[in-house]
Design a protein around this ligand. Sequence first.
Ligand code: SF4
Length: 101
Amino acid sequence: MTEPGPREGVKPMKLDDLLGRNIYDVDEEPHIIVDYEKCDQCNAKPCLHLCPAGCYTLAEGRILFSYEGCLECGTCRAICPMDAVKWSYPKSGRGVFYRFT
Ligand code: SF4
């Protein structure tokens, strides 16, 4: 069995380049609220590894979240074992605008 290769005429792009094409209209009011006290109790911290936009980072051992680059995928809400993520879509017309070309 052969590995699927890149499609002819389609140039593969790096994730950062793809994300860089998006346009963000960031609301001053966060659409995701994280309960950091619950994060402190979490050992696994899957948000650090599964957020495709890298919105969750560690700063001096504690979760640091920034919503500005959020892709609105809902992964963090689904995978948080501590139920620490209060999630909603940004206000109408705000947030990420995907660009595919
Ligand atoms: S909704 Fe998706 S992109 Fe946004 S912070 Fe959660 S995991 Fe990251």
